[in-house]
Design a protein around this ligand. Structure first.
Ligand SMILES: [Ca+2]
Ligand SMILES: [Ca+2]
Ligand SMILES: [Ca+2]
Length: 411
């Protein structure tokens, strides 16, 4: 026993000595083998038991022992939560609470599905779905869908799909059909705690609803790349996103979001906003409401109405080569390469290759080859290499010009 205790002590010292917040100690891999919800010793390992094993850093139910840098593997299937209950952080009922206490030693959990369309975690409209509670911890979700979380009363902090009080990373994830009666329909970073941060890559946030921030509400740093925030709605403002901290978008499509009061697209309330090679289009009210400092480059805003593409209270800084389909951005889009009142001829929101929906540019679009290569990302939202034909396009989509096939004519 003493040797075990000293081993544990050594482990803790080693962890504490690690320089970054990335734990490198690999502890265990837990494979869930039943789609049911529950905490019952019955020979099968549920998702809730697997998370409990990670939280306890020990054996719980019928799952492998957790602790350290854990990986939970979720085979393809429909995982529907069924233990009703709310406002508790111990993973007993309702939302799946990850790292229920805050530890001074950062921990990390990866939950890995088999694919965004094949591993589905359904909240059954009982409570939110995932809650990262540990403020120093990291949760990585890969290759899965989070849907049908529901927060019927504002006391539940917001974030009906996912609420993060620590650092969260999403890769190839769909967050859809979640409903918050407060803020953050799909995702909330820092709601109720003002801690945490987020990174999203190849993520689709769609059909989520809230009072403010239908898709996302964040009061902490958030970086989004190669993702689509689409068809979300807010009863008040910020159909796609409400931001209060440092928000950075690269190769992101924000489209078809709605708000009843103002700003169907992005309501930038406070902090900083950086937008690079993104497409903000076809949102109701306004595309972006600028209430704090922002920078835009190679970014396309189109058909946001009736308030226009830009709703300017604090003027944003153009870093050049932005395009607006109307004149609402003209006071700010005065840098080199900026285009105002120009129709980009966007295609419909659909799968155009890659993992997320986009709006394509036709060859005749004035956005094609109108960006700057300076600071242009290496690929577009779909993963197509940039630049094509020598110059980056404006927006999240880079047009690949196909050479016409010239048939050999035999004489
Ligand atoms: Ca909770
Ligand atoms: Ca819970
Ligand atoms: Ca190009």
């Amino acid at each position: 026993m003493r040797s075990l205790l000293s081993l544990v002590a050594v482990f803790i010292v080693v962890c504490a000595a690690l320089p970054s917040q990335t734990p490198t100690v690999y502890a265990s891999s837990i494979t869930v083998n039943i789609t049911n919800d529950g905490l019952v010793t019955d020979g099968r390992c549920t998702l809730r038991e697997a998370i409990q094993a990670v939280n306890a850093a020990w054996t719980v139910g019928d799952c492998a022992t957790g602790g350290g840098y854990d990986v939970i593997t979720l085979p393809s299937g429909f995982y529907q939560l069924s233990l009703d209950g709310a406002d508790e952080e111990n993973n007993a009922t309702g939302d799946l609470d990850i790292f229920s206490t805050t530890s001074s030693v950062p921990r990390m959990l990866t939950i890995r599905g088999s694919g965004a369309t094949t591993t589905i975690i359904d909240g059954n409209r009982l409570d939110r779905v995932f809650h990262l509670v540990g403020q120093n911890d990291r949760l990585v979700l890969r290759n899965l869908t989070v849907r049908n979380g529901r927060l019927p009363t504002p006391s539940r902090y917001g974030g009906a799909g996912v609420l993060s009080w620590g650092h969260i990373e999403l890769y190839n994830v769909i967050i859809e059909n979640n409903a918050s009666s407060d803020v953050g329909g799909g995702l909330c970073i820092g709601c109720g705690a003002s801690t945490g941060s987020g990174y999203l890559e190849n993520v689709i946030i769609r059909n989520n609803t809230a009072q403010r921030g239908g898709g996302i509400f964040t009061n902490q740093p958030l970086t989004i790349t190669a993702s689509s925030i689409i068809s979300n709605s807010a009863a008040v403002a910020g159909g796609a996103i409400v931001n209060y901290d440092a928000l950075a978008l690269t190769n992101v499509t924000v489209s078809a979001n709605t708000a009843d009061n103002n700003t169907g697209g992005i309501r930038h309330e406070h902090g900083s906003l950086s937008v690079l090679n993104s497409t903000i289009s076809h949102n109701t009210r306004a595309g972006i409401r600028f209430l704090a400092g922002a920078t835009l480059k190679n970014t396309l805003l189109a058909s946001n109405s009736p308030e226009g593409n830009c709703s300017i209270f604090t003027p944003p800084t153009s870093q050049g080569h932005n395009l607006s389909s109307d004149t609402s951005c003209a006071s700010a889009f005065t840098a080199s390469g900026d285009l105002n009142n120009v129709d980009p001829q966007l295609g419909p929101l659909q799968q155009n290759g890659g993992l997320t929906p986009t709006r394509a540019l036709p060859l005749t679009s004035p956005a094609v080859n109108a960006g700057t290569n300076s600071g242009c990302p290496a690929t577009d939202q779909r993963g197509i290499a940039r630049p094509q034909v020598g110059t980056c396009d404006i927006g999240a989509y880079e047009l690949v010009v196909q050479r016409a096939f010239m048939p050999l004519i035999s004489r």
